[in-house]
Write a protein that binds this ligand. Structure first.
Ligand SMILES: C[S@@+](CC[C@H](N)C(=O)[O-])C[C@H]1O[C@@H](n2cnc3c(N)ncnc32)[C@H](O)[C@@H]1O
Length: 207
């Protein structure tokens, strides 16, 4: 819940973008970006990372490939969905996705694929909107607007609980930073920046 005298929404958005940028900047090595869109995140990457982008939309891939080359990343974007990543097990150092888990068909499967392609100890950075508290006006608005965002905004489901999905996955949540972003009048939509890790060692259960 956001109190009235809290920082206005614009600052909420700026704080969210700053946290997202900081989290992405911490990624090194070979970084796989899921649902890379039209390449909005290149400026956040640390110089020297080997970027690999996955993007199912052919229209977005054209712009993405161009911007990637401009940013010095010459690997062509991968034409696939994040539910079936065409990469070997443990083949990338880190994974990132910004406002993508809300749009995929099966977030559980995407997180499973993410854990599969990550090297043990590798990190995942996710920046996503999440559902407002049950019974709040913001939650009602999210439910009302959802059919339109699903149709017009890459299948975006405004009520998808990505944070819960990560907690239920094989990844270990390391940090969740929370933000409230004002969208209309007094309506605030919660956003999160999540950092999670693939466990470094296989977990053995005792029989
Ligand atoms: C709201 S856009 C975000 C794009 C970009 N990540 C950004 O922050 O600008 C959602 C992206 O998710 C992609 N997407 C949708 N379904 C997907 C899936 N199943 N696997 C991977 N990406 C998907 C869309 O094509 C689109 O590029």
């Amino acid at each position: 819940m956001v109190s009235r005298d809290q920082t206005p929404a614009v600052l909420g958005w700026e704080a969210f973008v700053a946290a997202r940028t900081r989290a992405i900047r911490g990624l090194t090595g070979m970084v796989l970006e899921l649902g890379a869109g039209q390449g909005e995140n290149f400026s956040a990457l640390t110089p020297g990372v080997q970027w690999l982008g996955l993007e199912p939309s052919s229209r977005f891939r054209r712009t993405l490939a161009e911007r990637a080359r401009h940013a010095g990343h010459h690997q062509p974007p991968i034409a696939a969905t994040a539910e079936a990543i065409p990469l070997d097990d443990a083949s990338v150092t880190n994974v990132m996705a910004t406002t993508v888990l809300c749009s995929v068909t099966d977030p559980g499967q995407v997180l499973q694929e993410t854990a599969r392609v990550l090297t043990p100890g590798g990190q995942v950075v996710l920046a996503e909107h999440v559902p407002a508290p049950t019974g709040s006006s913001a939650r009602r608005a999210q439910r009302l607007v959802k059919p339109f965002t699903k149709f017009f905004d890459h299948g975006c489901d405004l009520t998808r609980d990505t944070e819960a999905a990560v907690h239920n996955s094989d990844l270990t949540v390391q940090d969740v930073s929370r933000f409230h972003i004002r969208v209309l009048g007094r309506l605030h939509i919660p956003f999160v920046v999540i950092t999670a890790q693939k466990p470094a060692m296989p977990q053995h259960t005792q029989g």
